[in-house]
Design a protein around this ligand. Structure first.
Ligand code: NAP
Ligand code: MG
Length: 502
């Protein structure tokens, strides 16, 4: 492995606060291949309430930024509590009206229609997702959009089969669902929330994250075009206070939240003893556990995918790597070589592996945690690739010399930064992996099936991947242990949150 040294960070404009340590760079040069399909980006986006696109009651808007340039992309209506009230009323009216009375098989048809319309417009949606959020086009095109459609298709199939999902019960809708989502998979999170709620006959008020509201409003157009009765889906864009207003509204029967543990705790407190149902999908600090008998090249690809995919803006990112001591040097060499070849830059370029960090604030948080890693004595290794001069960027990075007490081993970094530690025995790996307040996901890399079973039983994580990472399927439930939240999304378990079976 190349020689490393620790050095205090020197701040550089738009660069990670940390100084690159290894002689890495972009070795693979491709001609630019930017996605150039024109997209119908509007100058201003409205709320979607009761089947109508409306400005916020206050008339206020906020700017949505393209994180790859740092410049304004568009303006979005800044909904507040009055708008939330209007949306909840529209949702209650739809519940008491045609939607509540509609046969389940008819409900399913709307979901199928939405799924197909998402597929038809998937190129446009992928480009908008990339422009608004900074993720590489190859991810929004090949991961996010197919999963959005798959989620609607999967739940469409359940709409008229709920009695088989819950045998002996008569499942009914819970009512009006208030759903608040984050910025890392904007449209996919919207689909994860909307599809099961609608399949079970509920109505919805959804708030997207402030930095990534655009695609949810294009989905609102699809929903309007699908003929779904007015008020079944309402989208209120706005700041965190709009999310808090949804959570607090007495007309909301169920709250579903995906986001940070900090906000999740506030929501748990706000809904306590209100009788509202609550599911929380929160943060994570997953460990990828690499045994010496694993196929190492395959494992390196999985580890790279686990932490650098979507700039590490993934709640289940494999942000800790636990390597068995006997293969540590070999693995570090391979990891160093591989991050050198990752292409960072224009998210609309089809060759880009790592796009822009979602916002200036998020880049600041990542840099602050990287600085803490250096201050606590860990060694930083980074690609030396060139970064664009504008926008928000972070080089793919990893820390060695990390101990369990370091902040970079405990706190969610939500960026392309991996913390590497070692272990000798499976027991030590289990203890280290479980040593966080989170429990969302984990990865195990080994040639031995028996080891996978042993680790799977002992790891306290909602999702455990074996010899792969970051694989999602609408039929497979997703959710956390401990401070990663409670409740599941996807599969039968995900449906359970949206039905009343008493
Ligand atoms: P966040 O700050 O918690 O925000 C999530 C959403 O909540 C946003 O729409 C936000 O609005 C809104 N919000 C903020 N304050 C609120 C309040 N007091 N009441 C109600 N809503 C409020 O999280 P984030 O920074 O957007 O997302 C990153 C976090 O999400 C990470 O911790 C990540 O692990 C987690 N995440 C978890 C999963 C999972 O499935 N477990 C999936 C994806 C992400 P604004 O955007 O206007 O602030
Ligand atoms: Mg944006």
């Amino acid at each position: 492995m190349a020689k490393t040294k620790t050095k205090r960070a020197k701040s550089k404009k738009h660069h990670s606060a940390a100084e690159p340590m290894l002689e890495f760079g972009n070795h693979w040069n491709y001609a630019p291949a930017p996605e150039s399909t024109p997209v119908p980006l509007k100058k201003r986006y409205s709320l979607y309430i009761g089947g109508k696109f409306l400005p916020a009651g206050s008339g206020k808007v906020f700017r949505s930024i393209n994180p790859a340039t740092g410049k304004k992309l568009t303006e979005v209506a800044a909904g507040e509590s009055g708008d939330v009230d209007l949306a909840v009323r529209a949702a209650r009216k739809a519940l008491a009206g045609p939607w509540g009375k509609m046969p389940a098989a008819e409900r399913g048809k709307y979901l199928y229609r939405i799924a197909r319309m998402v597929q038809e417009r998937s190129r446009e949606l992928a480009i908008l997702e990339t422009m608004d959020g900074g993720k590489p086009i190859k991810e929004s095109r090949d991961v996010d959009l197919p999963l959005v459609a798959a989620h609607f298709f999967y739940h469409a199939g359940w709409a008229d089969k709920l009695e088989y999902a819950f045998p002996g019960k008569k499942p009914k809708a819970v009512g009006v669902c208030g759903q608040v989502i984050p910025w890392n998979f904007p449209l996919m999170m919207a689909a994860w929330k909307l599809a099961p709620a609608l399949a079970c006959g509920n109505t919805v008020v959804l708030k997207p994250a402030e930095t990534t509201s655009v695609t949810a409003l294009h989905l609102a157009e699809i929903i309007a075009d699908s003929g779904l009765p007015d008020g079944v889906v309402n989208i209120v864009t706005g700041k965190g206070s709009a999310g808090a207003a949804i959570v607090a509204h007495p007309g909301v029967d169920k709250v579903a939240f995906t986001g940070s543990t900090k906000v999740g705790k506030k929501i748990a407190a706000a809904t306590a003893s209100t009788g509202k149902r609550l599911t929380l999908e929160l943060g994570g600090k997953a460990a990828n556990i690499l045994f010496d008998d694993a196929p190492l090249d395959q494992a390196i690809e999985g580890i790279i995918n686990g932490i650098y995919f979507n700039q590490g803006h993934v709640c289940c990112a494999g942000s800790r790597l636990l390597v068995q001591e006997s293969v540590y040097d070999k693995v570090m060499r391979k990891l160093s070589d591989r991050i050198m070849t990752l292409r960072v830059g224009d998210p609309l370029d089809k060759n880009t592996d790592i796009g822009a960090i979602n916002s200036k604030e998020q880049l600041k948080r990542i840099n602050e945690l990287m600085d803490s890693g250096l201050a606590e004595g860990a060694q930083l290794h980074q690609s030396k690739c060139k970064l664009p001069s504008e926008g928000y960027w972070c080089r793919p990075s990893f820390f060695t010399g990390v101990t369990a007490s370091h902040r970079i081993a405990q706190e969610e970094i939500f960026g392309p930064v991996l913390s590497v530690m070692t272990f000798r025995t499976p027991e030590e790996a289990i203890e280290r992996a479980n040593n966080t307040c989170y429990g969302l996901s984990a990865g195990v890399w080994t040639d031995k099936g028996s080891k996978i079973h042993k680790m799977g039983a002992a790891l306290k994580a909602g999702v455990i991947w074996a010899n792969t990472y970051n694989k999602f399927d609408p039929a497979s439930p997703f959710g956390g242990y401990k401070e990663s939240g409670f409740g599941r999304e996807g599969g039968l378990q995900g449906l359970a949150s949206y039905v009343d079976i008493q």
